[in-house]
Write a protein that binds this ligand. Structure first.
Ligand code: CO8
Length: 258
């Protein structure tokens, strides 16, 4: 595993855990951190031992309080294009499931990073928000789109146009948070959820993630076609044989990812 300065990379059985590690800056996402995060996630994505990844923030106060405002303040559009966006696209393309373990502030790019993940576990002290409007800009890593697809137009407008902070429970009520847990429990609960995913067949998990994500980007007809093809593809795997045989023999399946 590579050496990183702004993140920590750990593993717990088949779960890779990446910690955003700038607690004194509330884990503000500077260019280096996002680049390291993309590198680490791609490395874990290639690692056959790892089946699911959790992203969390160091310290009690924040998952991430957004992109690094001090770093961004004198940047040009071209600096932002070259220094920033490519790495966010790399995170979006990770094939294994990502779970955000969120405690404290998840603002701006922090909220957007959580929404890049496939599931979100948040502690009850979490505050989500898109405060970019208070800085004279707007969300740039998917906030307007991903919030609107989950919360709908009206609540998203309020968040994006005012910068208001929203509780984990309210986000859960809107379907944007999977589990709200007591303060300090978010990482433990996210790893528990990740281990549940990691016990499933990794090829099926990968193709399931791809199919669900397609529902945001295609027509129903195209999405159904992709689901059907992925379903059929899985009938060529050893894991399908193992999963069905294990059911018949009343034992736990041992999936190999083949
Ligand atoms: N950037 C840089 N430094 C930060 C950030 C940030 N986003 N957030 C906090 N910090 C720093 C503070 O400057 C402070 O440092 P110092 O001790 O040196 O003064 C330290 O972290 C602690 O912060 P505070 O003292 O402010 O802590 P408080 O508890 O008083 O307040 C808040 C906590 C409310 C979270 C407050 O820090 C805050 O409002 N932070 C900024 C939130 C924000 O506006 N986020 C949006 C940023 S813009 C963005 O995310 C655009 C995403 C674009 C993605 C695409 C990129 C290519």
């Amino acid at each position: 595993m590579s050496n990183y300065q702004s993140i920590l990379v750990d593993r717990d059985e088949r779960v890779g855990i990446v910690t955003l590690n700038r607690p004194n800056e509330l884990n503000a996402l500077n260019f280096q951190l996002v680049s390291e995060l993309a590198n680490a996630l791609e490395e874990l994505d290639r690692d056959e031992e790892i089946r699911c990844m959790v992203i969390t923030g160091a310290g009690e106060k924040a998952f991430a309080a957004g992109a690094d405002i001090k770093e961004m303040s004198d940047k040009s559009p071209i600096d932002m294009l070259l220094g920033g966006f490519e790495n966010w696209i790399r995170i979006r393309r990770v094939k294994k499931p990502l779970i955000a373990a969120v405690g404290g502030y998840a603002l701006g790019g922090g909220c957007e990073l959580a929404m890049h993940c496939d599931m979100i576990v948040a502690s009850e002290n979490t505050r989500f928000g898109q405060p970019e409007i208070t800085l004279g800009v707007i969300p740039g890593a998917g906030g307007t789109q991903r919030l609107a697809r989950t919360l709908g137009k009206y609540r998203t407008m309020e968040m994006v146009l005012t910068g208001v902070q929203v509780t984990a429970q309210e986000m859960a009520d809107h379907g944007l948070v999977n589990r709200v847990v007591p303060k300090g429990e978010h990482l433990r609960e996210a790893v528990k959820l990740a281990k549940e995913v990691a016990a499933r067949g990794p090829i099926a998990v990968r193709l399931a993630k791809q199919a669900v994500l397609a529902s945001f980007e295609t027509t129903l007809e195209e999405g159904l076609e992709m689901e059907r093809k992925n379903f059929l593809l899985l009938f060529a795997t050893e894991d399908k044989r193992e999963g069905m045989q294990a059911f018949i023999e009343k034992r736990k399946a041992d999936f190999k990812g083949r």
